[in-house]
Design a binder for this molecule. Structure first.
Ligand code: GLU
Length: 488
């Protein structure tokens, strides 16, 4: 195993969205590619913002997408446990005390009002507010109930970010930030640095929103005597137009909603990886093994990545097509085909008593190329139960509209006779019979085939006609042709 250790460090403050899980995927890919370790750490030190159940939700998302932590809370375990920050308080206190002892941290004696007055003064004097200009001469002894501030040493930095390149900053951005809050919890700014060091994280992969704070982090790393990890700041995810950050209004939603809609984890991973990364070739569809092989931080773009849900849909279709029929069947069906657990993505009628696994499998084989989402399978109800007549399909069809109902009935009766006479019922014999019918009736395929297709399915779309008829079976097809003729 290599020494490369990456981590995903979400705060449990709500549902997991596309930006968070994309960061997790990038960190996981870097670890997997190097044969290293991917760590999940739950950053639950902001008790006011915490949402119940978020940590379990995060783990469920990662599990669905098969981004499995090598180390993490609960059953994941690992030698640097615990992986919930709220369970690591003794460690933060110890490091905080060390900083105090080294003269690099002090208790903040000010009230909120006093702090506000400093801010307003800075504003009035048109200068940026820096806390370090108000360092108390003799700070009180820290008893754990006051905020504890880092005593910074302002200086310039140039640091390297694997995505952003070399980044410079001046001493003016360095300040005395809070490391321990008055509620006894550390701030993110402090806790993540302690944990990344204690957990031997080599690569800190996270969003660009932390770039502005990085000079302050560097100052703290130095005060603690820690070496800097490798930083990689991934670009934000933008709306489809690419002009602002993706928000709920632009479709940023809970990642698990995609599972409910019938997206494949493999397709979702492919899509997430492409949000801000490409391998420099034209390839768009990647298996997870291919992603692990070709992913690298130096091909992650600096600028925002456009979120295009249509692309996800397209990728999903591509991944569905590449599944074996067996595995597609297990994705869309209830476990063990046990209908007491629901019907998976099948229409309810697919579990009617007389429908066999073999029949469902045949339908699925035909549907596979047409599914963009598992949910699309619900459109194939006509394979399992008598479809309801939908007159509009006939009247809205420009070609069919030209025929009177007698003419339609005549064509349907001819189709009935010719299909009835078939001794072998397969795609080829059906195709031949339909072709003969074209010749004998002098009709165009656009009319004859559409008419037959509509009356046997009553659906706006269906797979190719001979295949559809083959699966439906001779008896059903003849019955439906009959019903249609009588109803017209
Ligand atoms: N807890 C931080 C967040 O959820 C993590 C940032 C980081 O990866 O360092 O934004």
């Amino acid at each position: 195993m290599s020494d490369i250790r990456t981590r995903f460090a979400p705060s449990p403050t709500g549902y997991m969205h596309v930006g968070g899980i994309r960061t997790a995927l990038f960190a996981w890919l870097i670890a997997k590619k190097a044969g290293g370790t991917f760590v999940l750490r739950i950053e639950d030190t902001d008790k006011a913002r915490e949402v119940d159940g978020s940590a379990a939700h995060i783990i469920e998302c990662l599990t669905w997408l098969n981004i499995i932590p090598d180390e993490g809370p609960g059953a994941f375990g690992g030698e640097y446990a615990p992986y919930f920050q709220s369970e690591r308080l003794p460690s933060y206190k110890e490091w905080a005390q060390k900083l105090i002892d080294d003269g690099r941290a002090y208790a903040d004696p000010y009230s909120a009002d006093e702090l506000q007055a400093f801010r307003e003064l800075a504003q009035k004097e048109k200068r940026p507010f820096l806390f370090r200009h108000h360092r108390p001469e003799t700070p009180p002894v820290w008893d754990g109930t006051q905020a504890l501030r880092f005593k910074s040493e302002p200086k310039a930095y140039t640091w390297h970010d694997d995505v952003m390149g070399d980044l410079p900053s001046g001493p003016e951005v360095i300040d005395d930030f809070i490391i321990m809050k008055s509620d006894g919890y550390p701030t993110y700014n402090f806790a993540h640095i302690i944990d990344d060091s204690e957990m031997k994280i080599t690569h800190v992969i996270r969003g660009q929103e932390f770039l502005a704070s990085t000079p302050n982090f560097l100052n703290l790393y130095e005060a603690l005597g820690f070496t800097f990890p490798t930083f990689a700041s991934v670009p934000p995810i933008m709306n489809e137009q690419g002009n602002k950050k993706l928000s709920k209004r632009d479709g940023a939603k809970d990642i698990l909603a995609y599972r409910e809609e019938g997206y494949l984890p493999e397709a979702m991973r492919n899509f997430l990886a492409s949000l801000g990364w490409n391998d420099g070739t034209e390839q768009e569809v990647f298996s997870t093994e291919e992603l692990i092989g070709s992913f690298s931080l130096d091909r992650v773009q600096k600028s925002g990545a456009r979120f295009d849900e249509n692309r996800l849909l397209w990728l999903n279709g591509a991944h569905i097509r590449s599944l074996s029929l067996e595995s597609l069947y297990s994705y869309v069906s209830p476990v063990d085909d046990d209908v007491s657990r629901g019907t998976g993505f099948w229409p309810a009628s697919a579990y009617n008593e007389d429908i066999t696994v073999g029949y469902r499998t045949n339908v699925l084989a035909l549907a596979q190329d047409r599914l963009k989402l598992f949910d699309d399978l619900r459109q194939f109800g006509y394979f399992f139960a008598e479809p309801a007549r939908n007159e509009a399909l006939l009247t809205d069809n420009k070609q069919l509209r030209k025929l009177t109902s007698d003419e339609q009935n005549d064509l349907l009766a001819k189709a009935h006779t010719s299909l009835e006479s078939l001794e072998t019922w397969n795609t080829e014999s059906i195709q031949n019979s339909l072709n003969d019918l074209l010749t004998s009736t002098g009709q165009k395929p656009g009319i004859l085939f559409s008419l037959i297709r509509i009356v046997v399915t009553w659906a706006p779309f269906s797979p190719a006609l001979p295949e559809t008829l083959e699966i439906l079976g001779k008896e059903t097809v003849l019955r439906r042709l009959d019903i249609a003729t009588k109803a017209a």
